[in-house]
Ligand binder design. Sequence first.
Ligand SMILES: Nc1nc2c(ncn2[C@@H]2O[C@H](COP(=O)(O)OP(=O)(O)OP(=O)(O)O)[C@@H](O)[C@H]2O)c(=O)[nH]1
Ligand SMILES: [Mg+2]
Ligand SMILES: [Zn+2]
Length: 295
Amino acid sequence: MQGRIVKATGSHFVVIGPEGELTCRARGKFRLEGEFPLAGDFVEAVPDGTAEGMGVIKALLPRKNRLVRPPVANVDRLLIVASLAPPVTTLTLVDYLTALAEYHDIVPLICFNKTDIADAKETAARYRALGYPAVAASAKTGEGLSELAEALSDGLTVLTGESGVGKSSLLNALSPNLSARTGEISAKNGRGRQTTRHVELIPFGNGYVADTPGYSSFDAVEMDMTEKERLPWCFVEFREYLGRCKYNDCSHVSDEGCAILQALQDGHISPSRHESYVRLYDRLKEVRKWELKKK
Ligand SMILES: Nc1nc2c(ncn2[C@@H]2O[C@H](COP(=O)(O)OP(=O)(O)OP(=O)(O)O)[C@@H](O)[C@H]2O)c(=O)[nH]1
Ligand SMILES: [Mg+2]
Ligand SMILES: [Zn+2]
């Protein structure tokens, strides 16, 4: 049958398809070909005859995209959870994460949580002005939750954001039936253990959500954003100026005749977004070939 991997633990995969559910073991074949099945993958799986409900993955269907952290494929939406109350998320990180979403062709949705203790209207409006949906919400008071629920009701949404911003709390508040499972995930992973292969897609509305343990640093290599040539395009408001610089290989950092820098000077691009671009560009510039090989 064709189905989708809704749970991946590193040792086995749970595949759900029209004919039901199969628990499949990870086979060496995929590792050798450099393609390891991930949660979110669409696969061809068949019963393996050992026991009822046990199966084997025969083939991976083509992927739309994949994230490295968390390891998940065919992501439709990235829910970037930020907090303007401690632990305060820097807007640089929000900018990095919107760029990450664009890089992988994923629609970003930003949620500023904890509005019960830190107002986020103005900051949310800044991102809406860029064309990104941005919700001010509180897992505690319920503000913004109906808006979030509606946005998450189809496709596969992956939550991301630093540890402690309230990702799991938001999911718990959104749906009581999510609560046990998200609780289980955070208890198992705890803080700091970010490399876990365990990813579970939880049904939500007509779609799925995947909670992930937060992280404390942003590593562009680990996030698989290694082609710095693509970075300018990942800042949406830069797009209309691309191709208008004096030099074709303009880095939009300090080159003469740069259309982006001109737009910045004219007030069409915000200084903080451009600064985030420069910082991310500088990090990608340092990525050496051996680091790419390491992946
Ligand atoms: N005041 C307030 N506190 C919140 C809100 N949402 C979450 N918290 C608190 O913030 C802390 C962290 O919440 P979590 O939901 O565990 O955060 P997380 O993003 O899932 O963190 P990791 O799983 O470590 O990545 C908890 O003590 C929550 O009670 C909110 O809207 N308002
Ligand atoms: Mg959590
Ligand atoms: Zn330029």
